[in-house]
Design a protein around this ligand. Structure first.
Ligand SMILES: NC(=O)c1ccc[n+]([C@@H]2O[C@H](COP(=O)([O-])OP(=O)(O)OC[C@H]3O[C@@H](n4cnc5c(N)ncnc54)[C@H](OP(=O)(O)O)[C@@H]3O)[C@@H](O)[C@H]2O)c1
Length: 251
């Protein structure tokens, strides 16, 4: 058992049944998490995790597009002090695709409104448990639009923008916010986006989150492509994104 920022935490991970979410659940347990609420869209999707890890896994129902599932989960999971909003969807569409607008509406519902709904429901829970951590799965596509999945990139840019505000707002209640920006990762989403040839394993993301907890970082750039972006972005992140521009310009 490791002793780091994860020892004994009570975590909740959305989209916990596969891909990056599943890897985060398993990595948290390997690093000593006391309990993980695995938020899934149907409870039986977490059966394999319960069979593997026993009562450290508590499946809960969350569809981030259905606010009532989120509020019910927040009532049920009053001891959460480590929240990972990982659930996300991607469509491979350019702005000229017939379905671009309806697809963006769906991606906004899951990737952006889902984040707002999760933050609203769980911030009071985190506060009542001493502040804790709120981790949002954003993307390299939050910083750069990829034409082959333009609508997804737009939704991830919006989610990143909201994450920046959450960092400042939730600091007041002692909640640390992390914005995670993977590049191509070997999951169903990565494969459906045609990224399998350059994708890296999901563990690269979950391990980078564990490392980031030992630092003061807000941004997490886990894989090779993401780190390349992160290095160039570093100065802008420090001097603009993480700086208090209002304070600096006050007279
Ligand atoms: N893979 C990449 O290359 C990559 C790169 C950068 C960022 N990301 C981000 O990382 C996160 C995880 O991606 P992934 O690659 O692991 O995706 P994935 O393999 O497609 O898995 C997506 C997960 O989100 C869940 N989900 C989808 N819609 C949901 C909803 N409305 N409510 C609750 N859960 C929902 C899915 O549940 P079901 O099984 O029920 O569908 C599944 O557990 C996403 O936010 C994604 O944008 C991924």
């Amino acid at each position: 058992m490791h002793s780091d920022g994860v020892q004994g935490v009570v975590a909740l991970v959305t989209g916990a049944n596969r891909g990056i979410g599943l890897s985060i659940v398993e990595t948290l347990l390997q690093h000593g998490a006391g309990k993980v609420y695995t938020a899934v869209r149907a409870l039986d999707k977490a059966t394999a995790l319960v069979e593997k890890y026993g009562n450290k896994i508590v499946p809960v129902l969350i569809d981030v597009t259905e606010p009532e599932t989120i509020s019910a989960a927040a009532r049920q999971c009053q001891d959460v002090n480590f929240l990972v909003n990982n659930a996300g969807v991607l469509s491979s569409l350019t702005p000229f695709s017939d379905r671009a607008i309806e697809s963006l509406q769906y991606e906004l519902d899951v990737n952006v409104f889902g984040l707002i709904r999760m933050a609203r429901a769980f911030s009071p829970v985190l506060k009542s448990n001493g502040g804790g951590v709120f981790i949002q799965l954003n993307s390299v596509a939050s910083l750069k639009s990829f034409p082959e999945f333009t609508t997804y990139s737009a939704s991830k840019a919006a989610a990143y923008s909201i994450t920046q505000s959450l960092r400042e707002i939730l600091a007041e209640q002692g909640t640390r916010v992390l914005s995670v920006h993977p590049g191509p990762i070997d999951t169903d989403m990565g494969n459906e986006a045609g990224l399998s040839e350059i994708a890296e394993p999901a563990e690269v993301v979950s391990d980078a989150i564990i490392d980031a907890l030992k630092s003061e970082d807000f941004h997490v750039f886990p894989d090779t492509l993401a780190r390349k972006v992160g290095i160039v972005y570093q100065t802008f992140a420090r001097d603009i994104i993480e700086a208090d521009l209002m304070e600096q310009n006050a007279h």
